[in-house]
Design a protein around this ligand. Structure first.
Ligand SMILES: NC(=O)c1ccc[n+]([C@@H]2O[C@H](COP(=O)([O-])OP(=O)(O)OC[C@H]3O[C@@H](n4cnc5c(N)ncnc54)[C@H](OP(=O)(O)O)[C@@H]3O)[C@@H](O)[C@H]2O)c1
Length: 245
């Protein structure tokens, strides 16, 4: 639990990160910690999160398939301002990407829960915490795989459809958060060397996270509802041409 007095004394900013035990989430935790932020790093199994434990951040158990746990997590943070929420965790069932044969309906539903629904529920549950911060920002880590305009082949149903839904949910969420002055954006890390991205990915984790942090630092209400890549450029996420072109 955060010590409110400590926060006031040091004026540390607080970030909540989901899926922080590995990949981009772990790197976000490390970099914000190194930058003197108060890091609340969420993961499914803290006891198995050895590298996160070494990072010196506050580790909290949060399985995003458990929607009641999302509310309980938020309740435990009552009264603590949150400056930044990074909805980073995602399921990409890489073994199930080949065409129709790989479709498993139950797992697909899990993908929607974690990738698209949980970010909305967590943001809603932490609304008072975000509202209590000076210049709060919240974000979903999106993916070009959720951009219909970039689909050139079949397969990858779980990840693509759930990321498209995550983008859609983020735009709706951004609209709901306007009256609270909380910008909500989607960020695209680019293809990065993580368990999900694979070792052949062109981008290093450190660089993708450093660049996304730079974008996050620039986000304000003028950018809310946008999908931005690691350079801050706008990404299209629907079909680009109408029938008359
Ligand atoms: N890497 C890329 O090239 C790339 C490109 C575009 C977008 N992204 C996005 O970037 C974000 C991070 O990806 P990554 O590459 O770092 O992936 P990753 O290494 O596969 O990490 C995924 C994270 O999500 C967590 N997670 C999965 N199911 C969860 C659940 N039910 N509850 C809580 N956490 C759960 C995982 O925890 P466990 O270890 O417990 O499974 C893990 O910490 C994702 O949103 C991804 O879609 C990545």
């Amino acid at each position: 639990m955060l010590a409110k007095t400590r926060k006031r004394k040091t004026k540390m900013k607080t970030v909540v990160i989901t899926g922080a035990n590995r990949g981009l989430g772990l790197e976000f935790a490390k970099q914000y910690h190194a930058d003197n932020w108060n890091v609340i790093a969420c993961c499914r199994d803290p006891e198995a999160a050895a590298e996160l434990a070494k990072a010196g951040v506050l580790v909290r158990k949060l399985d995003l398939l458990d929607f009641e746990a999302i509310d309980a997590f938020a309740d435990s943070l009552a009264g603590n301002p949150i400056d930044l929420l990074i909805n980073n965790a995602a399921i990409h069932d890489k073994s199930k990407v080949e065409g129709f044969s790989g479709i498993e309906a139950e797992r697909w539903i899990d993908g929607f829960k974690v990738n698209a629904i949980a970010p909305v529920l967590l943001t809603k549950a932490l609304l008072e915490n975000l509202s209590a911060a000076d210049k709060p920002v919240a974000a979903t880590i999106g993916s070009q795989q959720g951009c219909l305009t970039l689909y050139e082949n079949g397969g990858v149903y779980l990840y693509r459809t759930s990321k498209a839904a995550a983008h859609s949910a983020a735009v709706i969420l951004a609209n709901d958060l306007r009256s609270h002055d909380i910008p909500y954006v989607c960020l695209r890390p680019g293809h990065t060397k993580t368990e999900m991205g694979g070792s052949d990915a062109p981008y290093e984790i450190e660089d993708s996270v450093r660049l996304m942090r730079q974008v996050l630092a620039r986000v304000d209400m003028a950018n809310t509802g946008r999908f931005l890549d690691r350079s801050g450029a706008l990404i299209p996420w629907s079909m680009e041409k109408d029938l008359n072109e």
